[in-house]
Ligand binder design. Structure first.
Ligand code: ADP
Ligand code: MG
Ligand code: ZN
Length: 252
């Protein structure tokens, strides 16, 4: 059987604003833990968020660059989850009406041809802090909590690991060119999750996807996708697809 690979990517890009998304703490990287914090980003009772105008401008610049619809009215929502690096117990994110919707990015192949990859949406949200583990104790550094993130979600339009990497490199270049993100993979200001599925060639329905998280280099992304595709194809061929390919998050 011939298979087609289906890939959709979610990228979290830290916006390079001087201050955090809902308070005036600096967003600088590598400072002494818990020095760039205040009542807002620590989630202390009664503190109220004030939206950073620059983060909105930078998101609009991105949306404009990818021919998207910029929503004149856009809504923030609470995404509740419990984890030590999230002091409020919820992340402020966007769900129903993101700031940027329905854009496109064109990837360039070596032979000069192009392909359009749809961008479903890009929404603003706050980053969490960091848990740092030393042996059997864990520390929490909240310097990063409240750093503005633009989450950029693609349509499942990519058909190979190569196309995924071309898309990411193009997206990376757009963010850098607009000077809206450092997009530094080592420092975590450009983080990618890859959603991967396969389907019999000719079929147009979407099959079960696995999501691969924590990918921090183009090379790893390529390898992780290739590995995941091989795993799914083998599962199909061995008759254990239903059992082996389930919607789950896998770590590279
Ligand atoms: P979630 O919020 O649970 O991550 P979304 O519906 O927002 O789910 O989808 C996330 C990403 O997964 C998008 O980039 C989308 O294109 C991609 N995706 C959805 N279904 C599939 C599939 N069957 N195969 C590959 N990618 C998919
Ligand atoms: Mg996801
Ligand atoms: Zn703060």
């Amino acid at each position: 059987m011939q298979f087609e690979v289906v890939i959709g990517l979610e990228v979290h890009a830290q916006l390079n604003t001087k201050t955090k998304i809902f308070c005036s703490c600096p967003t600088s990287f590598g400072d002494e833990p818990n020095t760039n914090v205040c009542e807002v980003c620590l989630g202390l009772p009664g503190a109220l968020p004030v939206l950073n105008k620059e983060s909105v401008k930078k998101s609009i610049a991105f949306g404009t660059a990818i021919n998207s619809k910029i929503n004149q009215k856009s809504i923030f929502n609470r995404k509740n989850y419990f984890y030590p690096d999230l002091p409020k117990g919820y992340q402020i994110s966007q769900f129903e009406i993101p700031i940027v919707e329905a854009g496109e990015i064109f990837i360039d192949f070596e032979d000069g041809s192009k392909k359009r990859i749809g961008v479903t949406r890009a929404h603003l949200e706050e980053d969490a802090g960091k848990n740092i583990h030393h042996g059997n104790v864990s520390h929490v550094d909240l310097n990063r909590a409240g750093t503005p993130l633009l989450e950029i979600v693609s349509e499942p339009d990519m058909r190979s690991a190569e196309e995924a990497v071309l898309y990411l490199k193009k997206l990376h270049a757009i963010l850098r060119y607009l000077d809206i993100s450092d997009a530094n993979m080592q420092e975590g200001s450009f983080r990618c999750d890859a959603n991967v599925s396969i389907r019999p060639k000719g079929d147009s329905k979407l099959y079960t996807r696995a999501e691969i998280k924590n990918l921090n280099s183009f090379k790893f992304i390529q390898k992780a996708i290739e590995y995941e595709v091989e795993r799914q194809v083998e599962a199909w061929e061995d008759g254990v697809y239903e059992k082996e390919v389930v919607q789950e998050t896998r770590l590279y």
